[in-house]
Design a protein around this ligand. Structure first.
Ligand code: ADP
Ligand code: GLC
Length: 485
């Protein structure tokens, strides 16, 4: 039997086992799509204490696997799950991953995040040495696995095992870089020559995402527009220099939407299902959402505007808070689901009292409610200041909830803005309240024209962002690196 080249994905989240946002969704879908296209894929991820195994049994694969970080006898256990025929390896070390949250508490980041994810990277490298053959490609995601391409770069210069292995880093969000004190560089296992402006050093600190950017054979990000934007100081978060120096090895591949999970015609969380050909269920979902969130029944005759996302500056929640009083004067309903910065959480909750029956805010992370808001709303709000890709607007399109979004990053790449004849939503040029409000007004005005709205909604629902196209682009990347898939 010829050896099938292995693509080893490494990431800190994979839905349905773990998720804090879009990264989890991507890992829950992209590797599996590649697997179904015939690529030999496996995923490595931490075994969190709060892990949901989704009824998939985990089997102990290796116990006391040597890691050697942060002190030499340190080991990990490795568990294996069969996720629809694709292996998922879980790195287990209680003191690092058995916590209530993934990366931070309400008080801030865990103090030892650097050690936790250096440990994860090193454990993954050790695990990869226990496989039957070296991986053809190691594909890492975001800062949590960013050191791996650096290890690979140096270790393949000396170690036979790694000679043929190539690396890909995917940037899902440049704002999160895994930046830590230089002190933590010592002992992480990288040679001194990696400490410099072309390596892992960033203004005197250790930068784990920069390690991935500097040492990967290929760097990708999650939309073509974001791949352009991050070369400029406005979006580069200080890494525009190193990204520009690697621009020949940088490409943007648009994420997809997992229509097995996000599909109103088979969504297990909805009170009624529907599709572009049979929209009736959407009204039932709207009615149920109104009841669930104690909104005014009068809103059946007015549009409901939905927002789902992290309550942070990136998502422009402050812009929404700013224009809320104006929105209320438009006699619409607004639904917000999110958690994040305490200041925004309190602000939006406080506003509910002034707009009872019109504004419903839920400060929590509730997967099933996110589905019901997608289905029960009429218009989806996404006033992001930057958006590497954004998945919620793709879900909103499929759920017949045309988005109003900033024309930035992946939002630009997925929404055809009104008044284009093929429009699927609305965009506005700058993330400022007046600009956002103008776009919402346009959307509400169009919603009042039932025929035009039905046509726009129909086009939105028929958009196809399924993962196959993106997965095939990743296959091209792996092949360019020499992997004979
Ligand atoms: P990001 O990854 O930047 O947060 P994306 O749009 O790519 O944004 O993905 C966000 C994912 O997280 C979506 O699946 C969305 O439904 C989910 N999500 C965000 N906030 C919440 C929340 N408070 N409750 C449930 N799901 C949420
Ligand atoms: C990040 C980005 C988001 C993207 C997601 C998945 O969290 O903020 O835009 O959709 O990763 O790639």
């Amino acid at each position: 039997m010829p050896i099938r080249p292995l693509v080893l994905f490494v990431a800190s989240e994979i839905y349905p086992f773990s998720k804090t946002g879009g990264l989890g969704d991507v890992l829950g879908a992209l590797p599996l799509t590649l697997h179904r296209l015939g690529v030999n894929v496996a995923v490595v991820t931490p075994l969190y204490g709060r892990l949901k195994t989704a009824d998939i049994p985990l089997h102990l694969m290796y116990s006391d696997c040597h890691v050697g970080y942060p002190w030499s006898p340190t080991t990990c256990d490795v568990y294996l799950a069969d996720f629809h025929g694709m292996p998922v390896y879980f790195i287990h070390r209680e003191e690092f991953f058995d916590r209530r949250f993934y990366y931070n508490t309400y008080k801030g980041d865990y103090f030892d995040n650097c050690e936790r994810f250096i440990f994860f990277c090193r454990a993954t490298m050790e695990l990869a040495c226990l496989l039957a053959h070296p991986p053809a490609v190691i594909h890492v995601h975001d800062w949590q696995s960013g050191l791996i391409p650096a290890y690979l770069h140096f270790w393949r210069q000396t170690g036979e095992w790694w000679k043929q292995t190539k690396s890909v880093t995917t940037i899902h969000n440049l704002a999160f870089q895994g930046r830590f004190s230089s002190r933590l560089f010592e002992g992480c296992g990288l040679p001194p020559e990696s400490w410099g402006m072309n390596g892992v050093e960033f203004w005197g600190d250790l930068n784990m995402l920069k390690a991935g950017i500097a040492y990967s054979d290929m760097v990708t990000t999650v939309s073509p527009s974001y791949a352009e934007e991050i070369l400029s100081p406005a979006f580069g978060c200080g890494l525009e220099g190193i990204l520009s120096s690697r621009r020949d090895h940088l490409t943007g591949i648009l994420n997809g939407a997992d229509y097995e999970v996000w599909n109103p015609s088979q969504d297990k969380y909805l009170p009624a299902t529907y599709s572009a050909d049979d929209i009736a269920g959407k009204y039932a979902c709207k009615k149920a959402l109104i009841e669930e969130l104690c909104l005014s029944p009068e809103l059946m005759d007015r549009p409901i505007l939905g927002f789902i996302g992290r309550l942070r500056g990136q998502k422009g929640i402050d812009l929404l808070i700013n224009i809320l009083p104006e929105l209320m004067r438009l006699n619409v309903g607004v639904v917000v689901l999110g958690e994040g910065k305490l200041e925004y959480e309190q602000h939006i909750l406080g506003m509910m009292e002034d707009h009872l029956g019109r504004l419903a805010a839920r400060v929590s992370y509730t997967e099933d409610l996110a589905h019901r808001i997608q289905a029960g709303s009429d218009i989806f709000l996404m006033p992001s200041r930057y958006e590497p890709c954004g998945l919620t607007q793709m879900y909103a399109l499929r759920y017949g909830t045309p988005p109003v979004a900033t024309a930035v990053g992946g939002l630009r790449d997925t929404i055809t803005p009104w008044p284009h004849p093929q429009a699927t939503g609305f965009t506005f040029p700058i993330p400022q309240p007046a600009s956002f409000l103008d776009a919402v007004r346009q959307a509400v005005a169009l919603w009042e024209d039932k025929d035009q709205w039905a046509a726009l909604r129909d086009r939105a629902m028929r958009q196809d962002f399924s993962w196959t196209r993106s997965a095939m682009q990743y296959m091209d990347v792996y092949r360019t690196l020499g992997a004979a898939l």
